[in-house]
Design a protein around this ligand. Structure first.
Ligand code: ZN
Length: 233
């Protein structure tokens, strides 16, 4: 079992894991942090508990697609004004085998002989904006969009969930107690994706290098300018 799912954001504060019940609903239907006497929001909508990981964000924080499975993905952009706000689903372009004990995921891998597998998707909820149009492709490490507090949410965060789905991205096993959500925590490593993706790390180095060269060029130009002004005085 290889870890292949990382943190999509720079902020390192996870506010809720799978199986927790941190969000409650008041009798007026407002979503708030739980306190005694209030009903769990998840139970109020027929789920056993939270079925994803919640990553706290600063307002507008950039998010990157953090799942490294060596496959192609495409996006489906959906607005749920009263639920997950602006949500981006990232759906696999090929079927995968999700090895699991009930809702707990042990491995996600390509099918071997005889196996068929299912399409899979990761969802990113409560977003501010995303540059994608429906059907566009995306790959590991690529920019996803910016986080916010849209939909049912008590503060800026990204809700990152995982399900098996059909070819169109519609979830399977919707009666599993988590509306089809599966617990990917065994495959999750709490490391910022930008520090993981070697291409991005390499790009950062190249940028640093270019910046240095640009500054050097500017410095030369300024010196030349000063010299020429001096010459005229
Ligand atoms: Zn959540």
């Amino acid at each position: 079992m290889k870890k292949c799912i990382y943190r999509p954001c720079s902020t390192n504060r996870i506010t809720q894991y799978f199986l927790e019940n941190a969000a409650c609903v008041t009798k007026y239907g407002k979503i708030v942090a739980c306190r005694p006497g209030l009903e769990s929001f998840y139970k109020s909508v027929g789920m056993n508990s939270h079925g994803a990981i919640d990553f706290a964000l600063w307002h507008g924080e950039h998010l990157y697609f953090p799942v490294d499975l060596g496959i192609r993905w495409w996006v489906d952009k959906i607005g749920h004004p009263d639920e997950r706000g602006l949500m981006l689903s990232v759906i696999s372009d090929e079927k995968m085998v999700v090895v699991r004990d009930n809702e707990k995921v042990r491995d996600i891998r390509k099918p071997r002989d005889g196996e068929t597998g299912e399409y899979i998707k990761f969802v990113f909820g409560h977003l501010m904006e995303t540059p994608y149009r429906d059907g566009e492709t995306i790959r590991f490490g690529q920019y996803l969009g910016r986080g916010d507090n849209t939909g049912f949410s008590t503060g800026d965060h990204c809700h990152m969930g995982f399900k098996e789905c059909d070819k169109n991205g519609d979830g399977l096993n919707l009666n599993n107690g988590w509306y089809g959500n599966l617990n990917y925590e065994p495959l999750f490593e709490n490391r910022y994706i930008v520090d993981v993706d070697e291409n991005i790390a390499e790009m950062k180095l190249t940028l640093k290098d270019l910046r240095k060269k640009l500054l050097k060029l500017l410095e030369i130009q300024v010196i030349k300018l000063v010299e020429s002004v001096k010459g005229r005085l």
